[in-house]
Design a protein around this ligand. Structure first.
Ligand code: PLP
Length: 345
């Protein structure tokens, strides 16, 4: 099949997944969004194989995408809001643990007496979601009316002060009610130290480092769909730009729909960079962007911005062009990419 293909060395990848699990007791695999390039169903299957008792999804709508392949608990990371289409479905599903980040929402959830499974998010310096520490004592009575699964502490990536913050928030929450703490974005050793001191269970939500942490276990390639000989000055593409040299126009699979060149380095953003580029004869001087496709060992230039499902790549004369049907390496960011197929060998 032609397209953009993610190929995984299954046994090496699964070795890495198991190593992550044993290095991070309490690991809660995060399967959200585009499934880190693998897709949510695949991550649900791998989580089942790993044998974890809980996974995390980003939003309520993703619960349905993981709940067939995976039988354990599912925590929804995005906080519950009353008006959401699936708000009732998730609070009434016995497999789902709902994140609550506001006192008013906790009151709403407890009001119907259904004893939903809930984790309560504590506000951190992220200031994304969460109940401020000063308000936590007001949560105490409400916790008796739900099935309380613990506290959520989601920290910023910046490391300065992170451990101290985590420690003080965890202590404050634990003083209100001793319960498991669900951390995000903190080293396991640090999280472990904190929960050990408090004598509570540790849960650590990890996505990127788990699924994408062993880059040598995968390749992403794109199929060569067409190759045309071109001469300097020929017009090509939607924009009918003239090609800068003799050579080849290589049409490869993958475009904006695949997330190709979401952040293509134009490499000549400043006037100075442009001048340098002119001086060195670089194509960036012509406003062209370096593509994420590698042909004959080098990243090659786009002839024009990527199309929806294919891209036009310039190859200078003297380089042997690829054959139709060849697979060439393409660099994608897997948290934004949509691949056409995934092969696990
Ligand atoms: C996405 C997310 C994670 C996982 O983040 P990674 O950086 O992919 O490990 C953890 N916690 C929360 C709250 C998230 O939204």
């Amino acid at each position: 099949m032609s397209g953009v293909t993610l190929t995984i060395d299954g046994s090496a990848w699964r070795d890495h997944l198991r190593a992550m699990l044993s290095a991070n007791p309490g690991l809660v695999p995060v399967a959200k969004g585009n499934g880190y390039g693998f897709g949510l169903a695949r991550l649900a299957e791998e989580s089942a194989t790993l044998g974890v008792d809980c996974i995390a999804v980003g939003v309520a709508a993703e619960v349905a995408q993981v709940s067939d392949a995976y039988e354990g608990d599912i925590v929804v990371l995005t906080p519950w809001r009353q008006g959401d289409a699936l708000a009732h479905q998730i609070t009434s599903n016995p497999r789902v643990i709902t994140t609550v980040s506001r006192l008013a929402d906790l009151e709403l959830i407890t009001a119907d007496g259904s004893r939903s499974r809930v984790v309560v998010e504590v506000q951190t310096s992220m200031r994304r979601h969460g109940i401020p520490v000063a308000e936590l004592p007001r949560v105490a009575d409400l916790l008796d009316k739900i099935s309380f699964a613990g506290w959520v502490i989601h920290l910023p990536h910046a490391e300065t002060g992170r451990l101290a913050e985590a420690q003080s928030l965890a202590r404050a929450a634990n003083a209100v009610r001793s319960a498991p703490i669900w951390f995000s974005h903190i080293k396991h050793a640090d999280a472990h130290r904190i929960t050990e001191e408090l004598g509570v269970e540790l849960k650590l939500r990890i996505g990127t480092q788990l699924w994408l942490g062993a880059p040598t276990t995968r390749t992403v390639t794109a199929t060569v769909i067409d190759v045309h000989k071109i001469n300097k000055g020929d017009k090509v593409g939607y924009w009918q730009r003239r090609v800068p040299h003799n050579g080849w126009l290589v049409i490869v699979a993958g475009g904006t729909a695949n997330g190709i060149a979401m952040e293509a380095p134009t490499s000549a953003k400043t006037p100075r960079a442009r001048l340098v580029s002119v001086a060195t004869g670089g194509l960036a001087a012509l406003g062209r962007a370096l593509s994420p496709y590698t042909i004959a060992g080098k990243k090659r230039w786009f002839a024009e911005p990527p199309h929806m499902q294919s891209s036009l790549i310039l190859l200078p004369a003297g380089v042997t062009p690829p054959e139709l049907g060849d697979e060439i390496p393409v660099e994608v960011r897997l948290t934004t990419a949509v691949v056409d197929q995934t092969l696990i060998n």
